[in-house]
Design a protein around this ligand. Structure first.
Ligand code: ATP
Length: 364
């Protein structure tokens, strides 16, 4: 069993800096869990506490059911991959891969066999005699991964392992990591600030902000039902449109914004919004839930002026203005509209999000 459990785990650095306010969650045996959040949110601190590289100030940390608060890193059966790879420059790829096994006194023949196996898996067989300086960024990263995997630890801890790679290589390594995880099924905690990496790799994602957990769920649930404004704005590219306005009820709901009134019909959250009539709310609208429509289409809910049109191959990102309010929409290519023109937009009323402007919590 290689579960990892955190029960109210807290970290205060000696200088008084509160880095983790109290984190409680369980990582299942074989799960790939991603910790994501902006710079300084505490994700590296959390990972380093699991690794044993930082002390836990309060709370209980368990690996495989055993309390490890005071267990040294080498006795936790974990392997960590760092952002800067930390390869030994004077050793060959084969020596780097086999180093931890040699330290453990593993017999030579077994080391050779395991190094060969891992090198084949990571397509490093041709580079076994090279030193790190002679490798490409992607190859170095694969050696760092291989060096952690060769030990077959109970838990893998990865701290922004792809951030030094270019965009293309990052994408292919992401697939590689997903493939390795499927093959070995090792419990994995993966830290990143990149929401795309988090969404594509994580079976579940922990979203952190300023030392506090904002939400823990599957990528789809986080996207479809963000618990607060922070999560809503953090996940999704381009980001969710957030429109502040007063909610009115008449023939249906409507939001009176600085840009004009937007009819919202009868969204599924009607009941949750009952107490919010004539009050300020923030409406969340994903760019893909705003659709260009013909001017005479009765479903057109609002008008907006097109400012910039960004074609990105399989879709077009539209930057618009509704009165003074900026809006972003995404739509399939082939749109017949030029900057400066007025567009008519429909809203996917089944997919609206509403938040409390006072504390950012989801209303419905
Ligand atoms: P990044 O993505 O920039 O690495 P992070 O989310 O991993 O950020 P941490 O490195 O965990 O964040 O830092 C969390 C908070 O703790 C920050 O405010 C940081 O300044 C602080 N911090 C980190 N290490 C120490 C330390 N050794 N002593 C004091 N404060 C620290």
């Amino acid at each position: 069993m290689a579960t990892v459990s955190l029960d109210n785990v807290r970290k205060v650095y000696p200088d008084g800096q509160l880095a983790i306010a109290g984190a409680s969650f369980d990582i299942g045996d074989g799960e790939l869990l991603v910790l994501v959040g902006p710079s300084g949110c505490g994700k590296t601190t959390l990972l380093r506490m699991i690794a044993g590289l930082e002390t836990v100030s309060a709370g209980t940390l368990r690996i495989g059911g055993r309390v490890v608060n005071d267990v040294a890193p080498k006795d936790r059966d974990i392997a960590m991959v760092f952002q800067n790879y930390a390869l030994y420059p004077h050793m060959t790829v084969a020596e780097n891969l086999g180093f931890s096994l040699r330290l453990r006194g593993t017999p030579r023949a077994e080391i050779a066999q395991r190094v060969d196996e891992i090198a084949r898996l990571l397509e490093l067989e041709q580079r076994l005699d090279a030193r790190p300086a002679a490798l490409s960024g992607g190859q170095r990263q694969r050696v760092a991964l291989g060096r952690a995997m060769v030990r077959q630890p109970a838990v893998f801890l990865l701290d922004e392992p792809l951030s030094n790679l270019d965009a293309r290589l990052r994408q292919s390594m992401r697939v590689e990591i997903a493939r390795l995880h499927r093959r070995f099924g090792t419990t994995t905690v993966y830290v990143t600030h990149d929401q795309v990496e988090a969404m594509t790799l994580g079976q579940r994602i922990v979203v952190l902000d300023r030392g506090a957990i904002q939400q823990i769920d599957t990528p789809m649930k986080l996207y479809e039902c963000p618990a607060n404004l922070f999560v809503a704005g953090f996940l999704g590219s381009p980001a969710m449109n957030l429109l502040r306005g007063t909610l009115h009820a008449g023939d249906g709901l409507a939001l009176a914004t600085a840009g004009g009134t937007i009819p919202l019909g009868a969204p599924p959250q009607m009941d949750a919004l009952d107490g919010w009539r004539d009050r300020e709310v923030i409406l969340g609208l994903r760019p893909e839930d705003l659709h260009p429509l013909a001017a005479d289409d009765p479903a057109a809910a609002l008008e907006a002026r097109l400012e910039v049109l960004e074609p990105v191959g399989n879709e077009v990102i539209l930057h618009l203005r509704h009165g003074d309010l900026p809006l972003v929409a995404r739509t399939p290519p082939g749109i017949a509209c030029a900057p400066g023109e007025t567009m008519h937009l429909g809203i996917a009323l089944q997919r609206l999000h509403f938040f409390d402007p006072r504390d950012g919590a989801r209303i419905g």
